[in-house]
Design a binder for this molecule. Structure first.
Ligand SMILES: [Zn+2]
Length: 367
């Protein structure tokens, strides 16, 4: 089980080139990266909030501390205070693209391979879920499509269906260039929805809603672009998973600072019912990705190791730090292998709410 050190990928020269701009940005302070803390639950309005988690950016190691609050009345869990537009720009930068494109491919080699294998088969399972209710959908919009991997996989199952993709980032342009989606829409879904009203038979959102600032606005947008009788398929991390409590800040789906809202399944189902949808199915085990312990062990090893060459850190690591980093990853590889075996063993016994780290809801838009 090889675990590639991210310092070997992407090159220190790229980090060195980016360092002056990052350092000058950080010299202005990080307060502007967060909005004021809100006193009430964004889902139900209750003021009965408790702190659920306090953590840092465990993956990129950018500066800052992040808090997730939980509403004691409805169970909604959300980042509070939340990232501001400046904060979203800062913390997303060089994660999925730029410097991060190469680094993630390296540092997460083992994890990514595991996830990718699972995800490829997951894509087909996800697409299959709508078939009993819509055997031959004509137009399908995948929101938060990134580079359109889902659409490419689902097309093998539904060759006559037109798959379009929507994403905030320019990755959707790449998706269109590569032919993974027929039309790629770049922008905020609630803003683009009026121009796409009533056009789709299916809208999918896979691990998208938790990244958005206003999940209810996203669901309204889905209602708008679906024709009456069209289907909405949503998959999100489950904040009620037992792994979230057991692993604490090492549970990957907390994913700070990117995950702004963690919505319990009951809340999402009720909200959909109240806003013109009928819930057709709620799945837990089917949406589970068996990576909780593997990811936690990687996050722990990664946080113990000296950081790689990252431009938001004041200086590049020296040779001793890099050697120690390499040794820790190599020494931790057996623990990660064992964690992965345990993940898959647990998954065999899974399929129940509270164990799964994600859930999926399929709903139909009513008239
Ligand atoms: Zn609430």
């Amino acid at each position: 089980m090889a675990c590639t050190d991210d310092s070997t990928v992407g090159g220190g020269s790229r980090a060195a080139a980016l360092r002056p701009a990052y350092q000058s940005e950080l010299a202005k302070g990080t307060d502007r990266f967060m909005l004021p803390r809100r006193p009430d639950c964004p889902w139900c309005g209750s003021s009965r909030l408790v702190e659920r988690l306090r953590t840092t950016d465990l993956i990129q190691r950018k500066p800052g501390e992040f808090v997730l609050d939980r509403c004691q009345d409805c169970g909604h869990t959300f980042q509070n205070p939340r990232l501001s537009p400046d904060g979203l720009d800062f913390y997303y930068r060089d994660f999925y693209d730029g410097l991060g494109e190469g680094r993630l491919a390296g540092v997460l080699t083992t994890l990514n391979k595991t996830v990718r294998m699972i995800t490829d088969s997951n894509h087909r399972r996800r697409a299959r879920q709508v078939l009993p209710f819509a055997p031959e959908p004509q137009r399908w919009l995948d929101v938060g499509t990134s580079d359109g991997e889902f659409c490419a996989a689902a097309r093998a199952l539904l060759p006559e269906t037109i798959f379009d993709g929507l994403d905030l980032s320019d990755s959707v342009e790449r998706a269109e260039r590569q032919g993974n989606v027929t039309h790629g829409y770049q922008g905020a879904f609630p803003e683009l929805a009026p121009g796409l009203a009533g056009r789709y038979d299916v809208v999918s959102m896979f691990h998208y809603l938790e990244h958005t600032g206003e999940p209810q606005h996203e669901l309204s947008a889905a209602h708008q672009v679906l024709r009456p009788g069209g289907l909405l398929l949503v998959e999100v991390p489950d904040p009620d998973s037992v792994f979230g409590r057991l692993l604490g800040r090492w549970w990957l789906p907390w994913f700070q600072p990117q995950h702004l809202h963690m919505i319990p399944a009951g809340n999402l189902g009720r909200y959909l019912t109240e806003t013109g949808f009928t819930v057709l199915a709620e799945q837990h085990g089917e949406a589970h990705l068996p990576i909780d312990l593997l990811a936690a062990s990687w996050l722990i090893i990664s946080s113990l190791a000296p950081p790689a060459d990252m431009p938001w850190l004041p200086k590049a690591p020296d040779r001793v730090s890099m050697a120690l980093r390499y040794a820790l990853y190599m020494g931790g590889a057996p623990a990660m292998a064992m964690a992965s075996v345990l993940d898959h063993t647990i998954a065999l016994c899974g399929g129940r709410p509270k164990v799964s780290n994600a859930y999926r809801i399929l709903a139909r838009r009513e008239l």
